[in-house]
Design a protein around this ligand. Structure first.
Ligand code: PGA
Length: 251
């Protein structure tokens, strides 16, 4: 079994002082816990400060998005090199909020994944169905479309370097978590799809996170599923006590 992987997606929350306070709390309470890979993904403005605070910590840094070009006249965007410069090792790509509010398509997600890999960082590739799609029994076909589109043109060696996060849109920020069985069914599909399209080893070693209303009270049951390797946590990662409990509950 792989080491559990817990990432906090802070979304558009936390000023720099607030980010510093949260990180100091996490460092105090998680410094001895090396059995879990822990990543925090603050807003761009707090990345450098958080990176400085994490220098003596095993907690790692990620960003919430990126633009695929190396540099250029793209007002408002941030490149992979800039994220590396700020201390990031991970980048969330294709989060459903980006898809919904900022018109991200499978095609732009694919460009971002390629840019992140080319820059030597690890993409956390998010996918998931909406409630309407689930109710129409389209979950698997939607996931397959997102996998095909997001991973287009990548070979097995590249896919082996990324992390996938299954985040059913209806479970994000709603308090409604997928049951461990619902999540496991999709995780199994993702793993076997990657086995068919890349290699058995790639599929077996692939980290697949679950995201969507993960909290201290449900992390343990989710982690009991063998195909769930960790979690991408939104709301509950904004509070020191709840994020610490989630990390500890993942062991
Ligand atoms: P949530 O968000 O934990 O607040 O549901 C998860 C996410 O958007 O990654």
């Amino acid at each position: 079994m792989s080491k559990p992987f817990i990432a906090g997606n802070w979304k558009m929350y936390k000023t720099i002082p607030e980010a510093r306070e949260l990180i100091n709390g996490l460092k105090r309470q998680l410094s001895d816990l090396s059995e879990v890979d822990i990543v925090v993904c603050p807003a761009y403005t707090a990345l450098s400060d958080v990176s400085d605070l994490l220098i003596d910590s095993h907690i790692q840094l990620g960003a919430q998005d990126v633009y695929w070009a190396e540099s250029g006249a793209f007002t408002g965007e941030v490149s992979v090199l800039m994220l590396k410069d700020a201390g990031c090792r991970y980048v969330i790509v294709g989060h459903s909020e980006r898809r919904k509010y900022f018109s991200e398509s499978d095609e732009t997600v694919n460009k971002k994944i390629k840019a992140v890999l080319a820059g030597g960082l690890t993409p956390i590739f998010c996918l998931g169905e909406t409630l309407a799609e689930r109710e129409k029994n389209q979950t698997i076909s939607i996931i397959e479309r997102q996998l095909k589109g997001g991973l287009a043109g990548l070979d097995a060696a590249s896919v082996a370097k990324l992390i996938i996060a299954y985040e059913p849109v209806w479970a994000i920020g709603t308090g409604k978590t997928a049951t461990p069985q619902q999540a496991a069914e999709v995780h199994q599909f993702i793993r076997s799809w990657c086995g068919q399209h890349y290699s058995g080893d790639t599929a077996q070693n692939l980290l697949i996170l679950y995201g969507g209303s993960v909290k201290p009270s449900n992390i343990q049951e989710l982690m009991q599923e063998s195909d769930i390797d960790g979690a991408l946590v939104g709301g509950a990662s904004l509070d020191t006590a709840s994020f610490v409990q989630i990390v500890k509950g993942a062991v």
